[in-house]
Ligand binder design. Structure first.
Ligand code: NAD
Length: 229
């Protein structure tokens, strides 16, 4: 049984808590915004790994507190990329394991590989323009989504060097849709990944958290996906 420290008890944290038993995990302790990173410093429970689903502004302090306690963490929170270099250094100094993933859906990572493949194929066709559109519920704070930025990077890494138009919609309860389009003179290719249920992220977080127990270093979903093959 893996003992999880749940940092953040909002929509995602609540789902992780509900689904934990299906993944042979139990929530050993919970830190809410009322406690903040002090709640991590004051922990008395034995914890195997933490899952952070909080807010962009909370991630840096949480990670510092977790590192000081030697607790590995799967960070699902998005919108804190500017802090990443500093936080990598903190994690390295304390020798903890960190999985930072803007999207814990396994299907999304398969989708990203398909998008990169297509971008590489279209790279040399100068008349083809590309775009990314993402749509999420109105409560999502960051825009564009971390996943949209990751998709853009994957397209560029695959050799697509022209501008990629990125746009966002925030409305209603949309769990998360990403569409990548390639538009030529007489044809359009669109690839879409749609989340029907936010539980997919909680399930991925639990799987990844179990994988992270006992590891040291800074990991991405690519590291996890490689081992799934
Ligand atoms: P939410 O607003 O429902 O919940 C966030 C919770 O964190 C709130 O209850 C808030 O009070 C709490 N919180 C804020 N600061 C805190 C702190 N310092 N310590 C403890 N708790 C704190 O949001 P959500 O829908 O659960 O999403 C949370 C984050 O996860 C967002 O950044 C969102 O973009 C991201 N997200 C990532 C994935 C993924 O797959 N990686 C999937 C969905 C959402």
């Amino acid at each position: 049984m893996t003992r999880i420290l749940l940092v953040g008890h909002g929509r995602m944290g609540t789902l992780v808590e509900q689904l934990a038993p299906e993944y042979d995990c139990e929530v050993g302790a919970l830190v809410t915004s009322a406690q903040g990173s002090k709640g991590i410093a004051d922990l008395t429970e034995v914890i195997d790994v933490a899952i952070d689903f909080t807010a962009p502004s909370a991630v840096a302090a949480n990670l510092r507190a977790l590192a000081a306690r030697g607790i590995n963490v799967a960070i699902g929170t998005t919108g804190w990329l500017d802090d990443e270099p500093a936080l990598r250094a903190v994690a390295g100094r304390y020798g903890i394991g960190v999985m930072a993933a803007s999207n814990f859906s396994i299907g999304l990572h398969v989708f990203r590989a398909a998008v990169a493949r297509a971008a590489g194929r279209f790279a040399a066709q100068q008349d083809v323009g590309a775009w990314i559109h993402e749509a999420h519920h109105s409560a999502k704070k960051d825009a564009p989504s971390g996943t949209a930025l990751t998709l853009k990077q994957a397209m560029e890494d695959a050799g697509y060097g022209r501008a990629i138009d990125v746009s966002s919609t925030r409305a209603g309860s949309i769990p998360g849709t990403h569409t990548v389009g390639f538009d030529g003179r007489s044809e359009t290719v669109t690839l879409t990944h749609t989340v029907r249920d936010r539980a997919v992220f909680a399930r991925g977080a639990l799987e990844v958290a179990r994988w992270l127990v006992g590891r040291r270093g800074w990991f991405t979903m690519d590291d996890y996906m490689k081992e799934l093959r």
